[in-house]
Every structure is written in structure tokens, then in C-alpha cells.
Ligand binder design. Structure first.
Ligand code: HEC
Length: 241
């Protein structure tokens, strides 16, 4: 009897009690990989004592394309869909509050805010198609990117080995998205300016090297050029057919 009692007390005193203000949130990998939720959720938990467990499968709430618009990433608007409950309600309220919005916009990668809380305003769209001028794209790739990346055989000797070649990157499933947003991806933000899109370099952080300056049309041209090149052979198993 005493044994049972001790066990019961042990269970009651376990941290489970501290964790009962909790809910599960479904979020796709693309969002998780940005690191944004690691910035956002602990700040909410700190204020509310409500803990959120992120999972790839459906839960009490979900970030995706359904529900209430809560923040924006580029021109993608993320929505919160949720079951009713005090904890999921509190999360939504917080996301839409001043503090929540400041927290959303406080997430920066290389000094650039990747998420905006302004879900009503239509911001400039950076989505491009492959209608760019590939010949122009080749010229710009060689002049702007070719000092680091092997663009094609003509600059093979001038590029630096630590940068992946264009032919190699053409193998990525999402190569188009990566090229369209290269200026947001490391290491480029520190030295890249896109006309009318990026803010000037902060005064105390000037570009450490000769900067890249491109327009959206030029990024479109580069992307069209990359679309036209043959992906490098990665030594994948030979397909027998
Ligand atoms: C000063 C050197 C330098 C210049 C100039 C440069 N890059 Fe890069 N780039 C790199 C390095 C280094 C990486 C690899 C980063 C890594 O592995 O994390 C990279 C990676 C990339 C990636 C993949 C990024 C990712 O995270 O998936 C793309 C796309 C890219 N560069 C496009 C470009 C384009 C387009 C230009 C020209 C307009 C350019 N780069 C100019 C150094 C450079």
C-alpha cells in the first residue's frame, strides 16, 4: 500500500504537470528548415507558458494554406488553421498582436528579415518564370557569379573551389527557387544588392568584397540560362532500360 502511494506521489510530482499547457502544431519541412519556428515558438511559450510541439503530421493546429493569414514569407502567405481551445486561441491572438508581429519581423538571416507580419499588403512579387533571356543570363552569370562559381567550361579555371558549380546545382529539385532567391541565401546577402528589392548594406557592414549588383530581370535571365544547361553528372547509378 505504501509502495503504491509513493508511486502515485511520484507520478503527481513529475514534470508532466508543468507541461499540460501544450498543443501540437503541424508545420511543413520547408518552414521548419528556415529556423523561423525556433525563433518564434519559444518567445510565445515564454509569455504564455504554453508549449508547442511541432510535428509534420496533423495536430491541434497547422501552418499552411488554410485558416487565418498570420505571416508572409516572400509572397507566400502562411495561414494558421486550428481547433478551438484556449491554447491554440492564445497562439493565434499572440501572432496577430503587436508583440507577435514584432517577433515575426525580428527573425533575420544575414540581416534580412525573411518573414513579414503584414499579411494584408500585397508586396512586390519576386516570382519569376523562365521567360528570361538565357544569352544575357550567361553573360551576367560569367561576370557576376563566375568569380566564385564554375558557370561553364569557359571560367572553369577562374572560379573558387568552395563554391558549387552551376551544373552541380542544376541537379537540385528546387534549383529554380534557389537561383531566384540566391540573394537571400548564404553567403550572398553580405555582398549582393538587387535593385529595388534589397535594402542598402548597413553603414557599419559594408560589403566585404566587390558587391554583386543585379536587377530582377537579370536574375530572371540567369535562371533562364541555368534552365538551359545540362545538369552535371553526379555519378548516379546508370539507368538500365
Ligand atoms: C564571392 C563568391 C560568390 C559569388 C560572387 C556568388 N556566389 Fe553563389 N555561392 C557561393 C558559395 C560559397 C556558395 C555555397 C554556400 C553553401 O554551400 O552554403 C554559393 C551557393 C549558391 C547557391 C546555392 C545556395 C543554397 O543555399 O542553396 C546559388 C543558387 C548561388 N550560389 C547562386 C549564385 C548566383 C546566381 C550568383 C551570381 C549572381 C552567385 N551565386 C555569386 C559564393 C558566391
Amino acid at each position: 500500500m505504501l509502495r503504491t502511494l509513493v508511486c502515485l506521489i511520484a507520478v503527481a510530482a513529475s514534470p508532466v504537470l508543468a507541461q499540460d499547457k501544450t498543443f501540437t502544431l503541424q508545420a511543413p519541412d520547408t518552414l521548419v528548415e528556415t529556423g523561423f519556428l525556433k525563433h518564434l515558438l519559444p518567445r510565445f511559450s515564454l509569455k504564455s507558458n504554453i508549449r508547442i510541439t511541432v510535428q509534420p503530421t496533423p495536430g491541434d493546429a497547422a501552418l499552411g494554406s488554410d485558416g487565418t493569414p498570420v505571416f508572409k514569407q516572400g509572397d507566400t502567405v502562411w495561414h494558421l488553421a486550428k481547433t478551438d481551445g484556449p491554447f491554440t486561441d492564445a497562439f493565434q491572438e499572440w501572432l496577430l498582436s503587436d508583440v507577435g508581429q514584432r517577433t515575426i519581423e525580428g527573425f533575420k538571416k544575414d540581416g534580412t528579415a525573411l518573414f513579414s507580419a503584414d499579411v494584408t499588403r500585397v508586396v512586390q512579387t519576386v516570382t519569376l518564370d523562365l521567360s528570361g533571356d538565357a544569352a544575357l543570363g550567361e553573360k551576367i552569370s560569367l561576370s557576376q557569379c563566375g568569380r566564385c562559381h564554375v558557370v561553364n567550361d569557359t571560367n572553369r579555371m577562374n572560379a573558387i573551389g568552395s563554391s558549387p558549380s552551376f551544373g552541380l546545382m542544376r541537379n537540385f529539385d528546387d534549383w529554380q527557387e534557389r537561383f531566384e532567391t540566391f540573394f537571400l541565401l548564404k553567403p550572398h546577402p553580405a555582398f549582393t544588392q538587387v535593385t529595388d528589392v534589397t535594402d542598402p548594406f548597413p553603414e557599419h557592414l559594408p560589403s566585404p568584397i566587390a558587391p554583386i549588383e543585379v536587377t530582377l530581370e537579370e536574375i530572371e535571365a540567369i535562371t533562364a540560362y541555368v534552365g538551359s544547361i545540362t545538369p552535371s553528372d553526379l555519378g548516379a547509378p546508370i539507368q538500365t532500360q
